[in-house]
Design a protein around this ligand. Structure first.
Ligand code: DAH
Length: 340
């Protein structure tokens, strides 16, 4: 046999043996590799050694030296595998190499919708002023949405074109028509009907009006209603509460302005503005609760008095975050939502 061919066989043997011992990860496979390569009778090292007889005598010395080297490599691989198993130490790597220093894949966590976050914050601020949160249904009857709020049958606010009335089939038999509430003032009535004075509540929730959506209108939006009923309450108290609220939510010392207005459920009624970046910005409506409303819920207007207010939640959140289009809130575009 030619020397070159023999040396090639030795190289192949060495790498095959190192591969076999290197990947053996239990005692049985180490033993199997030992028998295959180093077995005294049938081992592959032995078999290659036997072929040395067929090498030219001039090349035999070189062949013998390489053979000894390879035999030592195979024995060293066996030794290493035995020690590795004995120490229980580093297991054989299989599959792709794992690099623990590479940065991980960030987990994208969800978050609360900006309107939900705003509602939580408003509850928190008003909670510190002693107002607890009350809730009411989004499907209302005409009594709670209009009648008890001093909005009589012929009042334009009750126009079917300005409200989402449910179809006749959906109303309860013999009862008043139902509608999606157009204002959270309904909750004032529900609270006063079920609790004696004094009352100090806010109510935050959705209201519905058939408006065409544009940058400042949406057919569904959120309001914060406030109601305080007690023995001695004045418009100065109303102004203080709204000013403290605005200062907490918008930061800094925020000034409040009242402009005369009209709402059926308050007398007197005001529009509330706050001063922000050298401008007066509309905040919402407010006033002293009309005696007719107190009477409707069975309170005695000679004994108790109070104030109420209603503010748009989206508008507050938009002002705070400089959002210019209300529709952004309801597109469910995560690129927008992820910023809050
Ligand atoms: N309900 C009114 C609206 O939706 C807002 C409002 C005005 C609520 C005056 C009040 C109030 O409680 O006193 O436009």
């Amino acid at each position: 046999m030619a020397l070159a061919e023999f040396l090639q066989q030795l190289d192949d043997l060495a790498s095959a043996a190192e591969q076999a011992f290197g990947s053996a990860d239990d005692a049985e496979s180490v033993e199997a590799a030992r028998v295959e390569y180093l077995g005294a009778k049938q081992g592959r090292v032995k078999a290659v050694q036997k072929q040395m007889g067929g090498i030219d005598s001039t090349d035999r010395r070189a062949a013998g030296m390489r053979f000894n080297e390879v035999k030592q490599r195979v024995e060293a691989a066996f030794q290493a595998a035995t020690e590795r198993l004995a120490s229980g130490g580093p297991r054989v790597q299989r599959g792709p190499h794992f690099d623990p220093t590479l940065p991980g894949t960030p987990v994208r966590s969800g978050r609360l919708h900006p309107i939900t976050q705003t509602i939580e914050e408003l509850k928190d601020i008003m909670g510190r002023l002693g107002f607890s949160a009350a809730e009411g249904p989004e499907i209302e009857d005409e009594w709670h949405n209009f009648e008890a709020l001093n909005i009589p049958r012929e009042h334009p606010a009750r126009d079917p074109l300005d409200n989402f009335y449910l179809s006749a089939a959906e109303k309860l038999a013999g009862d008043s028509p139902l509608l999606l509430r157009s204002q959270t003032s309904t909750v004032q009535i529900r609270v006063m009907e079920s609790t004696p004075p004094p009352v100090r509540i806010i109510s935050l929730g959705r209201v519905y009006r058939p408006d065409t959506a544009d940058a400042t209108h949406y057919p569904m939006f959120h309001q914060m209603e406030g109601l305080l009923i007690d023995r001695h309450v004045t418009m100065a108290d109303l102004k203080s509460v709204l000013r403290l609220f605005a200062t907490s939510y918008l930061g800094g010392d925020v000034h409040i302005r009242f402009r005369p207005s009209f709402f059926p459920f308050t007398e007197p009624s005001v529009e509330v503005d706050y001063h922000w970046n050298d401008q007066w910005i509309e905040f919402g409506g407010a006033g002293m609760v009309d005696p007719n409303v107190l009477r409707a819920v069975g309170y005695d207007p000679e004994q108790v008095i109070g104030f109420a207010f209603g503010l748009g939640v989206e508008r507050l959140c938009m002002r705070r975050h400089r959002i210019t289009d209300i529709r952004e809130f309801y597109k469910n575009d995560v690129r927008f939502l992820h910023q809050f």
